[in-house]
Design a binder for this molecule. Structure first.
Ligand SMILES: Cc1ncc(C[n+]2csc(CCOP(=O)(O)OP(=O)(O)O)c2C)c(N)n1
Ligand SMILES: [Mg+2]
Length: 523
């Protein structure tokens, strides 16, 4: 059989080759790994760049130069949106280009899977043809359709979203992929009586406090309530924190790529406070939660709950909380041990995180923009608190927003220390805008954790394929780069130097870049 033993990604790459495609411009990330392996096997060269805009402009410029189709492949969510810049350019001049965007499994599309968004709808106004490849068995036909639309009488950009389950599906078995059941139905939000009744019956209650708590300004009431009744609180990774001071009920983040304390699966009553039902909480389906767990959406009414039900004596869960804290501490020491192990190879993200911790004050604005360095920061820093003024990419999981974030933080808080922790990849997306920060006198301190890699992706590749594919980066003289753009640039090569450079930089009213070369590694 011609397609025997092939998965969707392999079929796609082979079909591209048959259409004469020799390379794809790209930037690695979620939803691309099977395609990378397949492209390499099929002899499609990967030209990896530092910003999806560059990948898409490369495809567009090639198309405009040659009238042949230029192809780029980017990851999901904001990466796709970044690439739309190149598609828009191709739209203006009718250039035949194909934008392939990875995506989470088609089976969980619309349920809130990682970087879930309607990529096709976003691309449609710019594209002659845009669709999700929803069955591996139809890949050849859909690619034919897309490429003939790109290169037809009225040429222009086309888009295909290529979900991970379609890439991985054995082509003959594609149609058999079972759909997941839908997430738990939403019950009326902020029903005080229902929450009180659920807590009355609970033995292991848990609060998942997400960005909505920050937005609705009920963080203090929530935290006070949970502390009084000894109810553990978790925050979904990348949501806004709401624990502005050290708290004994805070367990840290849930839903990091690298796991978290194992408590969600045991809770019998989960109060979702301004948090989304998505992959970070396992879609609130077994096995991520118990099948008999009660789930309530309870965001704003903590004061009312405290007034009524909350005054009953003796209603607290100190033992359950103690057990959760024990698991959190166990998890955290495992993470720290892994960091220490990796740190034997040289300076490590943990050294940066600890240096930052040593200079943080309650009003410091901390921005985190990066892959594995961001994961380390979440696991090690968000231990007993996670203030609302620590900002990460948010639910999009985008990288590359950090320099803009630094300027925004300075505009919002003229008198507070502003520290950006950035990966070398994330930092270079928009590095020229360091000059904008200098020009507008919007100083902040950027610590660049430089592992010369899209580190989190690279580590994943090494695990899966034994080697990185399009996820290594070259060296950059960040100190000199910063200076060339009018900022201050320093390099720190010991843990002590990171802390002392940070202290010095915070006092200086200048944009400062602290370059820290590190050995990579995922939590
Ligand atoms: C706009 C965008 N493009 C691609 C990705 C996929 N992605 C997630 S983390 C990451 C690596 C980031 O590298 P770096 O900033 O150097 O951090 P490191 O993982 O090396 O610590 C990439 C490419 C993304 N999240 N957003
Ligand atoms: Mg890196």
């Amino acid at each position: 059989m011609m397609n025997g033993g092939m998965n969707g990604a392999e079929l796609f790459a082979r079909a591209l080759r048959q259409h004469g495609v020799e390379w794809m411009a790209t930037l690695c990330g979620h939803g691309l790994d099977p395609l990378y392996a397949a492209a390499r096997a099929a002899g499609v060269r990967l030209i990896d760049t530092r910003n999806e805009q560059t990948a898409a402009y490369t495809a567009d410029a090639f198309a405009r130069l040659t009238r042949r189709v230029g192809v780029c492949a980017v990851s999901s969510g904001v990466a796709h949106v970044n690439a739309l810049a190149g598609a828009a350019n191709a739209w203006f001049d009718g250039a035949p280009m194909l934008l392939v965007s990875g995506a989470g499994a088609h089976a969980t599309a619309g349920m809130g899977h990682f970087q879930d968004m309607d990529q096709v709808a976003l691309a449609r106004p710019l594209c002659r043809y845009a669709r999700t490849v929803d069955a591996a068995g139809r890949i050849v036909e859909i690619l034919d359709e897309a490429l003939s639309a790109a290169g037809g009488d009225s040429p222009g950009p086309v888009h295909l979203t290529l979900p991970l389950d379609v890439q991985r599906a054995e082509v003959s078995a594609a149609e058999l992929a079972p759909a997941l059941p839908h997430p738990s139905p939403r019950v009326a939000a902020d029903d005080v009586e229902a929450a009180a009744a659920a807590l009355d019956a609970a033995r292991k209650p848990l609060v998942v406090a997400g960005s909505g708590v920050f937005r609705s300004g009920c963080a203090a009431a929530l935290l006070g309530f949970c502390e009084r009744h000894r109810i553990p609180v978790l925050t979904p990774i990348w949501d806004r924190g709401c624990v502005d001071r050290p708290s004994t009920v805070f367990l840290g983040v849930v839903g990091a790529a690298t796991g978290g304390p194992e408590v969600l699966a045991e809770a019998d009553c989960i109060l979702m406070a301004g948090a989304a039902v998505d992959y970070r909480v396992g879609y609130l389906q077994p096995p991520a939660i118990r099948s008999d767990a009660r789930v309530l959406f309870f965001e704003r009414s903590w004061d009312s709950l405290a007034e009524g039900w909350g005054k009953r004596p003796g209603l607290a869960w100190p033992e359950w909380l103690a057990e959760c804290v024990r698991r959190r501490d166990e998890f955290r020491s495992r993470v720290a041990a892994r960091a220490e192990e990796q740190a034997r190879k040289g300076l490590h993200a943990i050294d940066i995180v600890r240096a930052i911790e040593s200079v943080l004050t309650p009003d410091s604005v901390l921005l985190i923009d990066g892959g594995s360095v961001g994961q380390w920061a979440h696991q090690l820093l968000c231990s007993d608190r996670y203030p609302g003024h620590w900002l990460t990419c948010g639910r999009s999981a985008v990288v590359g927003w950090g320099i803009a974030g630094g300027m925004a933080a300075r505009l919002a808080h003229p008198d507070r220390p502003v520290i950006l922790l950035a990966g070398d990849g994330a930092f270079t997306f928009n590095v020229a805008d360091l000059e904008s920060a200098v020009r507008h006198r919007l100083p902040f301190v950027a610590v660049v954790a430089d592992d010369q890699a899209w580190g989190i992706t690279r580590a994943g590749h090494i695990q899966q394929f034994g080697e990185p594919i399009a996820s290594s980066l070259g060296p950059i003289a960040f100190r000199e780069l910063a200076r060339a753009l009018g900022a201050s640039g320093v390099q720190a090569t010991t843990p002590e130097a990171i802390a002392s450079e940070l202290r010095r930089a915070i006092e200086r009213p200048e944009v400062t870049v602290i370059h820290v070369p590190i050995a990579g590694g995922n939590p």
